[in-house]
Each structure stands twice: as C-alpha cells, then as structure tokens.
Ligand binder design. Structure first.
Ligand code: DLL
Length: 432
C-alpha cells in the first residue's frame, strides 16, 4: 500500500514541487533567520532562484553552525508558534536544539505514516515502541505515525527488557520498534528468561533505525525473532525519523522528496556527485516551518538511486548508511568504516554481530583491534579460537589491505545497549 500519491509522481512532477517549495524556503530563511541572511548577503546570493540547479551555489549548513546558534537562533518562527523542542543526542557539549510548529508535527506524523505503511504495518498491528521518549526524536516520531495509520501503540520506551518481553507476550505485540542492536539484546534476554520468542511471541515485523543496521545484524535479528526486519532513517536536525525508509521490495530507503531535497557530495571538496556515487548526504528541508535547514551536511555516507522501485514509488532511494564521516578511522593511511568490518564478519559464520573496534595510537600510527564475540554455536577451545582469529584477520586484510589485531571475546563481553550502540573506542598509547 502507498500512503500518499506523491510517492508515485514522475521525476518531472517531483522536481516541480521541489522547485516551488525551495523558492519559498529560501525566501523564508532569508527573511526570518538572521544567520542565513548574513550568510547569503556575504556571498552575494539572492534567495530568488529560478532552477533547482541554483541550490549548488548556496553554502552548506553544518552541525557547528547549529551549535553556534544554540539554543533558538535558527528558528524561523516566533517562539509562541513553537509547540515542541527536541535535541540531538550529542555526547559532549551543548546539544543541537530543533523546534516544531503544530503543522511541523502534523507533517512529521504524515511522513512517518508513509514509512510505516511501506514497511508493511496495518491497522491490525499492535506495535511496541522501545525507543526512548524524550529529547530523542525516535519514540515520538514513530508514535505519531503508528497512531496515524491506526495501529495500536504500546509506548513502553526503552529499557526494562524483561517487562518489555512480558508485555509483548501478554498484549500479542506484532511489531517491534527499536534500534537494531536492542532487538538483538532483547532476543538474548528472552533466551535467558526461557522465552521462545518465535513460539511464545507474535512479533512479525521490526521497524529499526537510529543507528546502522548491517546485513549481518539484520539476518541475525530475522533468524532469532522469525520476523521481517525493515530499516528507516532520519536525524534530529531535519525532523527526526521519517526522512527515508525501506519498502521491503526494492533495495534502499525511499526518501520523501517532496519534503526533503537531497544531494550527495564529496565530503572533502563539497562537489555535488552524480547519482550512484558514494558520498555525504546533504539535505535541504522543503516544508519545515520552525526549523528549516539549507544544505545540511548529515555526515552520513550513502549512494543515491533515482531508479523507480518495483513497489510503485518513484522517489529517490538512499542506500543503507555506509558510515559517518566522523566514524571513519584512518589506519596507516587507509580509510576504514565500521560497516566494512561488519561486511567481513557477515561472511564468517563463526562470528557474531557483536563487535567493537579499538583504535590505538602507537609510534605515531594508528593500529586497529577488532574485538568480536563468536556466534552462539561456536565451540571455543584454544585451537578453534586461533583458527577463527586467523580467518577473520585474513578476510580483513583482503578487504582493507591492512593488518589488524583480532581478539575473540567470550560471549556477552561487549556491553549491550537499549539505544544506540557505540562501536569505536580510542586508546591512548604512549609513544615509544
Ligand atoms: O536517530 C532519528 C531516528 C530515530 C531515525 C529512530 C530512525 C529511527 P539522531 O539521534 O539525531 O536522530 O541521530 C541521527 O543517526 O545522522 C545517522 O548517523 C544515524 N542513523 C539514524 N537512522 C539510521 C539508519 C535519529 N537507519 C543519526 N541507519 C544519523 C544508519 C542511522 N544510521
């Protein structure tokens, strides 16, 4: 089912809507947000554009710009029209604060409904939302969309896993909403509690997001839960969840292009790349009232495809997020993304999706240690552990062209999380 007919519009029709909305957005930010007025004036840019191509002339907005204007300086409406504030999950310093008008919240619900419907949710479903409800946008965003499509919502929020499982059983939950890593953690806890999730629970579908979901993680979740796992994407700065999501038929995540204009750029030069090239996703909001952003650099690495999908939608699709530009680690001159490590681990049946990366700086050079737990059916002894270590090391070398340390950890050594998982750790090593 398709929620909104604009999802099936031709490229020409989509572009026309984008152009009209972009013209309005640029004029609005110029008139209402001093940050953009100053920036455009400095660069001698008129907000009155004539084609979508003109957007390329405009500067990017970065996370630093958002932080510098903390908390409310980028709002394009009066505070009395702001009905909600959310903030991004920055671990250090001030967070990025975003505002929503009443209409923004309605748009959010509608865009979430598109994603929820395309993932396969119906009015018959009982959906448990195990995202936190708070400054994080995950809980509220999914909540609005699920209610809008008429599903029954259980807003359990994150944490208290045993209770989550009890409610799932008692309520007959059919849809799980969480980060993919939390879904896997729930499956582990269920096993310990003697719950057979495939038999005792009715969960048939997962809506996962907020962090990368590698194919290894997806397969493991689907195997453990006996469910279909779908992924959706978004970020606080442009709305929260609801930017893009999978339809379960074609590859990649459909973007609501009538609300978000996307570009893919070379993160080093800022040059706009042709479709199909890997680069950083840049988003311009086209309908946000309270907090519009122009050419926002997401730091997420994707490829973009304009090919129509078998599901009937003609909107552009982004690939799974390959990584973030700020998650990229450089090991002896080679760029390494966690997703590359995950792709290697997926090829090795004895490895589990539970891994972390430890980067140490030795003799002015970074070295990388991949710590990984074995899969649940792995029989550990000195010989098998060494063999697995060598196997992973060899695979990594062939993909990354660098030598890595590999450590096979005991099961359940890596900290499980109820929200987003942290994969990369830095270790200071004194220079010898
Ligand atoms: O994570 C919004 C969200 C909540 C999306 C729930 C989907 C579901 P932030 O906390 O601002 O917002 O974090 C945004 O998380 O730039 C990506 O790096 C990452 N991210 C979000 N969804 C995905 C995904 C929410 N499906 C940042 N795959 C983004 C990979 C994702 N990374």
């Amino acid at each position: 089912m398709i929620w909104d007919k604009t999802e099936t519009f031709t490229r020409k029709e989509i572009k026309q809507i984008q152009l009209n909305r972009l013209k309005t957005t640029l004029r609005r930010v110029y008139a209402k947000v001093p940050f953009y007025k100053t920036l455009f004036d400095k660069l001698n840019l008129s907000p009155n554009i004539t084609s979508l191509d003109d957007l390329k002339k405009f500067p990017f907005t970065t996370k630093e710009d958002l932080r510098d204007n903390y908390p409310f300086k980028l709002l394009a409406v009066d505070m009395k029209d702001v009905v909600r504030l959310h903030a991004s999950s920055g671990t250090t310093g001030k967070p990025v604060v975003v505002g929503y008008t009443k209409k923004d919240i309605e748009t959010w619900a509608d865009l979430m409904a598109r994603i929820i419907i395309q993932a396969g949710v119906t009015r018959e479903d009982i959906a448990q939302i195990a995202f936190s409800y708070g400054l994080f946008t995950g809980g509220f965003g999914l909540h609005y969309g699920l209610e809008k499509v008429g599903a029954t919502v259980t807003p359990t929020s994150s944490g208290n896993t045993i209770k989550q499982l009890m409610l799932m059983k008692d309520f007959g939950t059919t849809v799980l909403v969480s980060t993919p890593s939390y879904a896997l953690h729930m499956a582990e806890v269920a096993k310990k509690e003697g719950i057979d999730i495939k038999k005792d629970l009715k969960v048939r579908l997962g809506l996962f997001g907020g962090e990368p979901c590698s194919e290894l993680l997806r397969e493991e979740i689907e195997k453990e839960w006996g469910m279909k796992a779908t992924v959706n994407y978004g970020l606080t700065e442009v709305m929260g969840p609801g930017v893009a999501g999978e339809c379960g038929i074609g590859k990649g995540m459909h973007i609501s292009e009538d609300h978000f204009l996307v570009e893919v750029i070379d993160p080093d030069t800022g040059e706009v790349l042709p479709d199909g090239c890997e680069g950083e996703l840049v988003i311009t909001t086209l309908t946000k009232e309270a907090f519009p952003v122009i050419r926002y650099r997401t730091r997420d690495i994707v490829t973009l495809s304009m090919a129509p999908c078998k599901c009937g939608r003609k909107t552009a699709r982004i690939s799974a997020i390959k990584g973030r530009t700020d998650d990229m680690i450089i090991i002896r001159g080679v760029n390494v993304f966690p997703s590359q490590i995950e792709a290697v681990l997926k090829e090795i049946p004895e490895a589990s999706p539970h891994y972390q990366l430890v980067v140490s700086q030795k003799s002015h050079q970074n070295s990388l240690e991949v710590q990984v737990e074995p899969s649940s059916n792995f029989i550990a002894n000195e010989y098998s552990i060494n063999e697995l270590k060598t196997k992973i090391q060899k695979h990594l070398k062939s993909v990354l062209s660098i030598k890595t340390e590999v450590t096979i950890l005991k099961p359940e050594t890596i900290k499980r999380t109820e929200g987003k998982s942290k994969r990369i750790f830095f270790k200071e090593v004194k220079h010898q």
